[in-house]
Design a protein around this ligand. Structure first.
Ligand code: HEM
Length: 121
């Protein structure tokens, strides 16, 4: 797949995960049942794993890899995993406060994608 196609897929999935995150967070806050259903969990995981798969495709084009020769990609990968884990725990255990650090991590991953540096200072 071409670099631009992968990047479009990556960014489309980033948009989708944010929409889904906002919907599920809202659902948790007002006590809606669908947010914890299997289909909702599967859809969210498929979106996030597509972010990861497209990211690895981009990494292959750039010959830069997390934990090998790219600090900013390492930071993004850790942020994505942290975001997925925190969101899953928040929904499963009904702990809305965990959504805050999850949101910070996904926004951080987006910022790192634009700045290509893991630290803001
Ligand atoms: C939720 C997690 C993620 C978010 C929100 C996110 C967000 C973004 C954004 C906004 C861009 C566009 C940057 C630009 O056009 O200037 C981007 C590009 C990119 N991201 Fe991600 N990303 C995430 C996860 C990852 C992961 C885990 C990796 C690698 C392991 C990764 C690797 C890349 C690469 C290689 C690019 C292309 C850079 C370029 O062509 O300029 N991303 N990402």
């Amino acid at each position: 797949m071409s670099y631009m196609a992968l990047k479009h897929l990556h960014l489309m999935m980033v948009g989708l995960t944010l929409v889904f995150f906002v919907l599920r967070s809202g659902g948790l806050l007002i006590g809606m049942q669908w947010i914890g259903r299997t289909w909702a969990r599967v859809v969210h995981h498929v979106i996030d794993l597509t972010i990861l798969a497209s990211a690895l495709g981009l990494a292959a084009h750039l010959s830069q890899w997390p934990f090998y020769n790219s600090g900013w990609m390492t930071a993004k990968l850790l942020a994505l995993v942290g975001y997925m884990v925190l969101t899953a725990i928040a929904i499963r255990r009904q702990k809305a406060l965990l959504l805050l650090p999850a949101l910070v991590l996904v926004l951080y991953a987006g910022w790192v994608g634009v700045s290509k540096t893991p630290l803001p200072f």
